[in-house]
Design a protein around this ligand. Structure first.
Ligand SMILES: NC(=O)c1ccc[n+]([C@@H]2O[C@H](COP(=O)([O-])OP(=O)(O)OC[C@H]3O[C@@H](n4cnc5c(N)ncnc54)[C@H](OP(=O)(O)O)[C@@H]3O)[C@@H](O)[C@H]2O)c1
Length: 170
């Protein structure tokens, strides 16, 4: 007589493993926020993680690029993309909940002065959203910008002091 089917065999992780899979609270600072990778892949992937309850409650994303968007316009643009290209997975209520965690800050990484305002926005968001000093910078920009992005983060190091900083490219 066969016993119960192990959870792994059903493709569903056991509850303890799922709990461990949830990342610690963080602010994802996403350079290249107006770009194709963000719109078509990164944000839809994060939305799916949110739907599966695999994002921490305090997770927030701050998009950065030169194009001028309000937070609302940024959210609207990303929501349209999801609604059009993944209509079966799009739940307006869930999207509303998720998109409330998305923020936008216009900045040009070629501008050496750009990080002061960005560092302040990061600081304010971490405080408002109760994110305990854990920053993930994602450079979704052309590879020629990677070193500039790293330099800009370095320039803001003093303002970001006390925060754990992680970096992802492309
Ligand atoms: N698209 C994909 O499916 C895909 C897949 C795998 C890997 N990648 C890699 O991901 C990276 C981004 O690709 P992508 O297709 O998303 O390119 P993209 O659509 O051209 O987006 C580039 C982004 O960089 C921003 N940007 C350009 N100059 C900037 C500046 N001076 N300051 C601040 N932001 C600036 C642009 O925003 P503004 O013009 O608003 O400033 C835009 O948000 C590339 O390295 C690519 O190889 C892409």
């Amino acid at each position: 007589m066969a016993g119960p089917i192990p959870a792994e065999a059903t493709g569903v992780l056991p509850a303890e493993a799922l709990a461990q899979a949830v990342a610690p609270p963080c602010l994802l600072v996403l350079f290249g926020a107006s770009g194709d990778l963000t719109r078509r892949k990164l944000v839809p992937a994060l939305y799916r993680l949110f739907r599966e309850k695999l994002l921490p409650a305090e997770f927030s994303l701050l998009g950065v690029s030169r194009t001028s968007f309000s937070d609302e316009a940024f959210r609207g643009r990303l929501g349209e993309e999801l609604r059009e290209h993944a209509p079966s997975g799009f739940d307006p209520g869930l999207w509303g909940e998720f998109s409330g965690r998305l923020f936008y800050h216009p900045a040009d990484v070629d501008d050496p002065g750009s990080m002061q305002a960005l560092a302040k926005r990061i600081h304010d968001l971490c405080r408002e959203r109760a994110i305990p000093g854990n920053l993930l910078f994602y450079a979704a920009v052309a590879p020629r910008f990677y070193s500039t992005v790293v330099r800009r983060i370095g320039e803001a190091a003093e303002a970001l002091l006390g925060q754990a900083i992680h970096m992802v490219t492309g």
